[in-house]
Design a protein around this ligand. Structure first.
Ligand SMILES: Cc1cc2nc3c(=O)[nH]c(=O)nc-3n(C[C@H](O)[C@H](O)[C@H](O)COP(=O)(O)OP(=O)(O)OC[C@H]3O[C@@H](n4cnc5c(N)ncnc54)[C@H](O)[C@@H]3O)c2cc1C
Length: 631
């Protein structure tokens, strides 16, 4: 057995979407970092859907970019098609989604890691964490190497004790037949970490040359492509795009599935792990939505260097013969050749209640975790957690205060707070409905909300932050000017209004009042606004949104002020809830287990009632834990 011994500041276990962000954050903050993966050919692998972003996930990518993360930049370099979703709805749910060239996405991310100073990549299976007196001191590999360090970030994804299942076939591998990581789970259990089994699934990959696209609806990207990263020049990414295609299952498909449910490991009980409710398999959809006579399927390209097509909406763990039969019932797939079978994967992960909102384990100082390992699902959710876990591991090593993003300032804050505070019995997927303050947490203003934190941490450069401050100033000045600009009821104005199907004005009005009309916007009124300064598109977008939704935004800002008041009531770490009289047993148990950092977090724990919160507030006040002027 080898006697390799090396010392780093940070060890990152996993080079998936979480691990890459964590390792880059640590190395970019100047720390010697080593990142492990079971295969150097699977860096930032996309084992499932070939796209980044989508509803609420696009918000996560934009926020990650504003904090200094890599995913946004990486997809801007490797996308095949780009689309702004929900454009017909309000800006709170506008979400960017880009189809990715999976191979190029991985190649580009690997290149970024390899070019990063202070970062070492290593293909090896980490089999053990080393803990002394409740503090992490290093990790060991299956091949016997010992890597001492001051912090470890676990981003093991879907690999721990992984097994892949379809029909009665069980393969003890990670995704795409890659090696599973079978040793680390025991070491985590020995360290007192609780593990659980989750599962997720993926559809078959079909040989594109065997698909009849004439039976499907072609889906095009947007004419004007909007970048994910605030650092990407929009002009540099305008390019020809690749199409996706829409088709549907039908009663024939559903009949085959119903007739073979007992052969699906999901329904025969072979699969132990719990799957994502919001990413159901086709079996689940046919069983749970029996009244539906068809389900949408999107046929998406996997990349320019392969003819494999991904059948979104048809993930399954049915036996191979059933897969052929059910895919062949779909219009356009009658002669499809399956390149890779659909399958389900089960793996070890944790309940993130074991973590603080910094993503550090409560039990082991210096041990952090991010990604699917924390019980979430999705590339974007993983990358967002990886970045926060990486930043906090670095700040821990640098003896600086760790960051906690709260629910009022980011989707990342909502994601992490939900994971560490709420009970979850299935993989957690982000949705806009989870964010109370979503009108403020739009994807278009992520840089205005989070760049300051990214700059304070040290991942956003001075130049970049200066531009964000300049942008904020330009937006405020222009909103002020627009609110003070009078528009007279002259012929030119009336002509423009009628050309835009907007009712005429009878007296002078404020320009802002016109902008607020649903059929009008800041850009549409340029010709009647002579003193308008020339402003970049991203500034004009903010002026338009802030004026149009001013009322809603103001109301939400008030709600956030109330939220922050509760959130700012810290709870002393040493409190013993058994000492708090008249606290209900369930609340006592939950609070002792979850150890919330503040009253806001305590109020979101299921089983802790508003009455319990009042009891706790009084107790803390009486115990003079709160100095009077904070309340
Ligand atoms: C079959 C399948 C279907 C999926 N379906 C969906 C879906 O429908 N919807 C959805 O949102 N998401 C889905 N996902 C999930 C999505 O892939 C993940 O959310 C995302 O990849 C998680 O990123 P991650 O960084 O947490 O982990 P991963 O991308 O899984 O990366 C984990 C990394 O850790 C490394 N690793 C693990 N253990 C060790 C060890 N002990 N030593 C060294 N290296 C180690 C691996 O080599 C890998 O680099 C699916 C995943 C799979 C596999």
């Amino acid at each position: 057995m080898s006697v390799i011994e090396e010392t780093y500041d940070v060890v990152v276990v996993g080079a998936g979407h979480a691990g890459c962000e964590a390792a880059l954050a640590c190395a970019r903050l100047g720390l010697e970092t080593i990142i492990f993966t079971v295969s150097m050919d699977s860096v930032a692998l996309m084992p499932c859907n070939p796209n980044i972003g989508g509803s609420s996930k696009g918000h996560l990518v934009r926020e990650l970019d504003a904090l200094g993360g890599q995913m946004g930049i990486n997809i801007d370099k490797t996308f095949l098609q780009s689309k702004m979703l929900n454009k017909s709805k309000g800006p709170a749910v506008h979400s960017l989604r880009a189809q990715a060239d999976k191979l190029m996405y991985s190649v580009e991310m690997k290149k970024t890691l390899q070019q990063q100073e202070h970062l070492t990549l290593r293909q090896a299976e980490v089999s053990e964490i080393m803990v002394e007196d409740g503090k992490i001191v290093g990790a060991k590999t299956f091949s016997g190497g010992t890597y001492y360090c001051k912090a470890v970030v676990l981003c093991t994804g879907t690999y721990l004790k992984a097994r892949c299942l379809y029909g009665d076939v069980i393969e003890y591998t990670g995704p795409n037949g890659l090696k599973a990581a079978n040793s680390l789970s025991q070491s985590l259990l020995d360290a007192g970490i609780e593990l659980r089994r989750f599962k997720t699934g993926t559809p078959a990959r079909i040989d594109g040359s065997t698909i009849d696209y004439s039976k499907m609806e072609e889906q095009f990207g947007d004419e004007r492509i909007v970048p994910f990263s605030f650092t990407t020049d929009p002009e540099s990414i305008q390019k020809e795009q690749v199409s996706c295609y829409l088709t549907y299952t039908n009663e024939e498909t559903h009949k085959i599935i119903r007739a073979n449910l007992d052969r699906s490991p999901m329904y025969s009980g072979v699969i132990e792990g719990t799957g994502p409710r919001y990413c159901p398999s086709i079996e689940d959809k046919v069983v749970k939505f029996a009244e539906k006579n068809r389900h949408q399927l999107f046929v998406e390209p996997e990349g320019l260097t392969t003819n494999e097509m991904y059948i979104s909406g048809m993930s399954s763990s049915m036996p191979e013969d059933v897969q052929y039969a059910m895919y062949h019932t779909v219009p356009g797939l009658e002669h499809a050749k399956i390149v890779r079978n659909a399958y389900a994967i089960e793996y070890d992960c944790i309940d993130a209640n074991q973590l603080y909102a910094t993503l550090e384990f409560k039990k082991i100082k210096g041990l952090f975790a991010g990604g699917q390992f924390n019980g979430s699902s999705g590339y974007e959710e993983a990358a967002a957690q990886g970045l926060v876990a990486g930043i906090n591991a670095a700040l821990e090593v640098l003896n600086r205060d760790q960051i906690v993003l709260d629910r009022s300032e980011s989707y990342i804050g909502v994601l992490i707070d939900d994971l560490v505070t709420k009970e979850s019995h299935e993989p957690y997927r982000m949705m806009t409905s989870r964010a109370e303050y979503r009108l403020l947490l739009r994807q278009d203003n992520a840089d205005l909300r989070l760049s300051k934190i990214g700059h304070e941490v040290g991942l956003i450069s001075d130049d970049r932050y200066d531009w964000v401050c300049q942008k904020q100033k330009l937006i405020a000045e222009e909103i002020k000017r627009v609110n003070e600009t009078n528009i007279g009821a002259n012929q030119k104005v009336q002509d423009l209004l009628s050309s835009l199907d907007s009712i005429p004005i009878h007296n002078g009005v404020k320009l802002s009042d016109l902008i607020r009309r649903p059929e009008l916007s800041y850009d549409l009124l340029e010709s009647i606004d002579p003193n308008r300064p020339s402003l970049p598109e991203e500034v004009r977008e903010q002026v338009n949104i802030n004026i149009k939704y001013e009322g809603y935004i103001t109301r939400q800002i008030k709600q956030v002020e109330h939220f922050k008041k509760i959130e700012s009531k810290k709870i002393p770490a040493e409190i013993d809830y058994d000492d708090v009289p008249s606290l209900r047993i369930e609340a006592r148990q939950k609070l002792n287990k979850l150890r919330p950092l503040n009253m806001g977090q305590a109020s979101r724990i299921s089983g802790v009632s508003p009455a319990d919160i009042s009891v706790l507030l009084v107790y803390l006040e009486q115990a003079k834990y709160l100095n009077k002027d904070e309340t």
